[in-house]
Design a protein around this ligand. Structure first.
Ligand code: CU
Length: 144
């Protein structure tokens, strides 16, 4: 909704802040002290472009003959704001981290040596799996 209003304001050719607008035309203006909601303010998770060297929370992706791969630990509980890193170690097969929630950003499919980290911004239960090996499943529980 807010994004739509901002867009409408931009399309109308006036600046969002400080423009008094033209009398008689619909003009949306931010009120003093109001924060403009950024599109990513509602993100549940955010990818971390450069994974931390010593992540506080990590999931190791191992080779496993029964599932072809496994996430260890396959369940963890973290506080809001925590960065969790997945570390690929399987020398035989590639894997990925795909969330059940289709709005969340997924990892690429990678082999041993790859690292991928996300920050959890909203409390909830985040289930994921590997699309190549559906037996590989994991959960991150984020507590507020
Ligand atoms: Cu896999």
């Amino acid at each position: 909704m807010v994004v739509g209003l901002v867009l409408g304001s931009l399309l109308a050719g006036c600046s969002f802040f400080g423009d008094a607008g033209t009398p008689g035309t619909a003009h949306i203006q931010a009120q003093p002290g109001n924060q403009v909601t950024q599109p990513d303010a509602n993100l549940k998770i955010k990818a971390i472009p450069v994974p931390p060297k010593n992540p506080e929370y990590r999931v190791i992706i191992y080779h496993n003959v029964n599932t072809v791969g496994s996430f260890v630990p396959d369940q963890m509980t973290v506080p809001v704001g925590a960065v969790v890193e997945w570390i690929w170690t399987d020398q035989y097969d590639q894997h990925n981290v795909w969330w059940i929630d289709q709005e969340l950003i997924n990892s690429p499919t990678k082999g041993a040596g790859y690292r991928w980290a996300v920050q959890f911004l909203t409390p909830g239960t985040y289930d994921y799996y590997c699309t190549l090996h559906p037996g590989m499943q994991g959960t991150v529980i984020v507590k507020g």
